[in-house]
Design a protein around this ligand. Structure first.
Ligand SMILES: [Cu+2]
Length: 113
């Protein structure tokens, strides 16, 4: 409890000082949504050779798990929740992802160009 409060105060202080800015803003940000157990877009084009922040928004009421064997990423996103997954720098190519909690979900691809 006190640790969380400490972290909160520290985070607020850092934000107030504007110290976090540069490292974060250098990363390009892309958004993926999950709705009715479908990813949108099903193909997401990204720049190759760059680290990017992938925002995954789950608009469904039930939890999902963004998973990609190709990208070596796996992260739960609760119903109505949003997560950030850092990926790359990627070599040019196609990388499959899926929702591990909902096997019926269409698989999507990230295409690095
Ligand atoms: Cu999984």
């Amino acid at each position: 409890m006190s640790r969380i409060l400490f972290l909160g105060v520290t985070a607020a202080a850092i934000l107030a000082l504007g110290v976090i800015g540069p490292a974060w803003s250098d990363d390009a940000t892309y958004t993926l949504t999950i709705q009715d157990h479908r990813f949108a877009p099903e193909q997401l084009d990204l720049p190759a050779g760059k680290k990017v922040a992938l925002i995954v928004k789950n608009l469904d009421a039930t939890p999902a798990e963004f998973e990609s064997t190709d990208l070596n990423r796996e992260k739960v996103v609760v119903g109505g929740g949003t997560i950030t997954v850092f990926i790359g720098p990627l070599r040019p190519g196609s990388y499959e992802f899926f929702d591990d909690f909902n096997p019926g979900t269409t698989h999507g691809h990230i295409v690095a160009k």
